[in-house]
Design a protein around this ligand. Structure first.
Ligand code: TYD
Length: 138
């Protein structure tokens, strides 16, 4: 499976009507895990790079509910970039995938759905460590 196949861009259904848009994301239905945690990133701008980590245990879905940002996704071998620019789209990031979020528009609100409660010890924050671990586990 290619990296892009492992990290699909998801299109959510719009249940909107003349009153406005409505997007519903149900855990284990519209996304491949039950949601244990939600966080969102805003007030970032085009000069910052966030993320810069891989997670041993957590899966994520990233959605720009407002504005736009880019996500660079890599497994140390393949790499691709997704621009998140619609509230109805998201990208799925499985375990042990490295991601950087950057190029935030000033109105960006990046919503993150996670499969776990927060545990800082499951984060790999050094890219060289990540590459070593990926090589060792290959
Ligand atoms: P960090 O992982 O650097 O954020 P990002 O992935 O957006 O770059 O997290 C910033 C701080 O917030 C860090 O001290 C850890 C803390 N944090 C939590 O306590 N719980 C969480 O769910 C997250 C994502 C971060």
């Amino acid at each position: 499976m290619t990296l892009q196949e492992r990290c699909p861009v998801l299109q959510f259904r719009d249940l909107g009507d003349e009153r406005g848009k409505l997007v519903v994301i149900e855990g284990a239905q519209a996304i491949p895990f039950d949601i244990k945690r939600v966080f969102y990133i805003y007030d970032s701008d085009a000069s910052v790079v966030r993320g810069q980590h891989a997670n041993r245990e957590s899966e994520f879905v990233l959605i720009n509910v407002a504005g736009r940002s880019k996500v660079r996704i890599t497994d140390g071998k393949e790499e691709f970039i997704v621009e998140l620019n619609k509230p109805m789209m998201g990208v799925y990031i499985p375990k042990m995938i490295w991601k950087d979020m950057y190029d935030f528009s000033s109105d960006s609100v990046l919503l993150v759905l996670a499969s776990t409660h927060y545990d800082g010890s499951e984060y790999i924050r050094d890219y060289n460590d990540y590459l070593r671990i990926m090589d060792a586990e290959a």
